[in-house]
Design a protein around this ligand. Structure first.
Ligand code: AGP
Length: 606
């Protein structure tokens, strides 16, 4: 998830684009760049690091261009550095492109273009767009037609904007599966990944839909479908403040990020038949056991990963809190593979565990959300999650994308070790590909009915809470309890339901909310009896279950229905209502949900 901005009009386009990028820094902040045309010449400024570093450079250039495009990056392909920063140009240096999204077929396009003599400067997927447009213009097309035929060759998601020295009076932009909005002004027009970029100049907006393209000049905006047919679109007025807009109209980043999960999981699994390139696949064949190390929410993802890998690939997995692992003298040999899970890639305990394991000869695969972060540089191989920047301290979308990466890892390890039939592999990957839509189905229903929100209203004055789950949903009980603890400061414990009778059951009375994760899976009946044990002690039961689980719905005080899926994949769906439950309770209590007390987004100290 990156941020792109464009401006054409009477004012200094450089300043307007830089200010817009600052407003979109929540979308990505590892590098940035601007391209503008001044006195017929295309100029590019780009820099890794904060936008203010780029601004310093740009301010030394005294030109006053009226057309510019810019980009703030959240790296998906290619380290964050000055070369991989956007904009990217073609061989002539006359065409500049900024892009948000993932070009899935960029490797083969790049090979083809290089075989036709194109020279690539960066490691990004985006640069192929500039060279494809270059070829079309060389074949006599104008910028609009060139962009349309270039994008017709792309697979994946893209919101892109292009400027060309040969047609300095227009910006051409195109959208498919990545957001793009146009800001309509008087004698000036804007484009951006999100309205905060230009809301201080205009609140009149045209939302581009998928497979639409626009030609933007200072006085006009023309919209076309991808066959070049002109279409008319409504201009809407945005009633939001800038702060509201950065959260996309949501009250907090956390609730916004909960609703971003369908896209984040889709991006993380998109087009990935294999996580490992040819030259790294051997990593998957040589180890005999796996040790997962992580902290907090990432640790809970690791616990779910253990279920995935052991049941799909039959490989023994242990899961450790990294802060314990580094001091317990773990038994490691060259046949041990370490999977280190970290959203930020900077968590000190997880890094120390990685360094210990490497010193003892183990190979390390990192699962990380931040390209260029320390863990990605120290691991032997990194599987990237594509959650985009996670701003709220309470991790939500990073968690479900970690589950997606772990599930893909399990299936790939099983395939490479001939531990899974083609039929089962296809069934599991099909079920995984259906998860984003099922998450969206649940979230859309919650937007309409607000069921979880209403239940949270019943319990926000609770002093304690107990979360119970079994099998692959036991870690989800832990995660639900962690979410409630970290943002509402209510004491909450997650427990394997089978353990309840060995102690925690003593806590239960009419004041104790007990959240039970009980989808229809192999331990369903066991969970039903646990609910009966809780009800026998007057506990208040909130059940996360399926429509046809009638026994649970009869027993529970509140039953939240989630869509059906493969039993192993239920964590993707059962965690969402628990995230919402914690969010609404913290919001009702009036806490700063995104910046909870005593916590940091990335814990870089021991
Ligand atoms: C989760 O909501 C917390 N922010 C925290 O537990 C977090 O998961 C933990 O600090 C690990 O962070 P990492 O994934 O960036 O390594």
């Amino acid at each position: 998830m990156c941020g792109i901005v464009g401006y054409i009009g009477k004012d200094n386009a450089k300043n307007i684009v830089i200010n817009g990028l600052k407003r979109l820094e929540y979308r990505g902040y590892d590098s940035a760049g601007v391209a503008f045309i001044d006195s017929g010449k295309l100029k590019i400024y780009k820099k890794s690091g904060k936008i203010r570093d780029l601004e310093f450079e740009l301010n030394r250039d005294l030109s006053l261009p009226h057309i510019a495009i810019g980009h703030t990056r959240w790296a998906t392909h290619g380290e964050p550095n000055d070369v991989n920063a956007h904009p990217h140009v073609d061989c002539t240096g006359k065409i500049a492109v900024v892009h948000n999204g993932i070009i899935e077929n960029f490797t083969e396009l790049k090979k083809e273009l290089e075989s036709r003599g194109h020279i690539f400067k960066s490691k990004t997927d985006t640069e192929v767009i500039a060279h494809l447009v270059e070829e079309e213009i060389k074949n006599g097309k104008n910028l609009l037609s060139a962009v349309l035929s270039a994008t017709s060759k792309l697979k994946g998601s893209y919101a892109a904007a292009v400027i060309y020295e040969g047609e300095p009076d227009k910006i051409v932009c195109v959208r498919k599966d990545s957001p793009l909005v146009i800001g309509v002004g008087e004698g000036e027009n804007f484009l951006a990944s999100d309205v905060p970029a230009f809301l201080s100049y205009t609140n009149r907006v045209i939302f581009l839909d998928d497979n639409e393209c626009a030609v933007i000049t200072a006085d006009n905006v023309h919209i076309f479908d991808l066959n070049g047919n002109e279409i008319t679109k409504e201009t809407k007025e945005i009633p939001w403040s800038i702060a509201q807009a950065e959260k996309g109209g949501y009250k907090h980043f956390m609730i916004k990020e909960i609703y971003e999960q369908p896209r984040a999981v889709a991006d993380t699994i998109s087009g990935k038949l294999s996580l490992f390139e040819e030259n790294n696949r051997e990593l998957l064949t040589t180890f005999g056991k796996i040790q997962i190390v992580a902290c907090g929410t990432s640790y809970h993802a690791g616990l779910v990963g253990k279920f995935f890998i052991e049941s799909v690939a039959g490989i023994p997995v242990s899961v450790d809190y990294a802060s314990e692992y580094r001091y317990r003298n773990p038994i490691i040999d060259e046949k041990t593979l370490i999977i280190a899970i970290s959203q930020s890639g900077e968590t000190a305990d997880t890094l120390a565990a990685v360094r210990l394991a490497k010193k003892k000869g183990a190979k390390v695969v990192a699962i990380c959300n931040v390209i260029g972060s320390t863990i990605t540089r120290e691991a032997d191989y990194t599987i990237y999650t594509h959650a985009g920047p996670e701003i709220s301290v309470a991790s939500t979308k990073a968690f479900t994308t970690q589950l997606a990466a772990l599930f893909l890892f399990a299936v790939e390890a099983a395939r490479i070790r001939n531990k899974i039939t083609k039929k089962k592999e296809e069934r599991l990957l099909k079920a995984l590909s259906e998860i984003p839509a099922k998450m969206k189905e649940f979230l859309d229903r919650e937007s309409e009915e607000g069921q979880v929100r209403k239940i949270a209203l019943e319990f926000y004055n609770s002093q304690d809470a107990l979360y119970l789950g079994r099998f692959v949903n036991y870690p989800i009980a832990l995660e639900g309890a962690l979410k409630l603890k970290e943002i509402s400061y209510i004491h909450a414990e997650g427990y394997p339901a089978g353990e309840m009778k060995h102690g925690p059951i003593a806590l239960i009375d009419e004041k104790m909310p007990v959240v039970v994760v009980v989808p229809r899976d192999r331990v369903y009946e066991k969970m039903v009896s646990n609910i009966e044990e809780v009800k026998a002690r007057k506990g208040k039961v909130i059940a996360i279950t399926n429509r046809d689980c009638l026994e649970v719905k009869k027993l529970a005080d509140f039953a939240i229905e989630i869509p059906e899926t493969e039993e192993l994949l239920y964590p993707f769906l059962t965690v969402v209502p628990l995230q919402l439950f914690a969010y609404h309770i913290a919001d009702f209590l009036g806490y700063d949900v995104d910046q909870p007390r005593n916590l940091a987004k990335s814990v870089t100290v021991e």
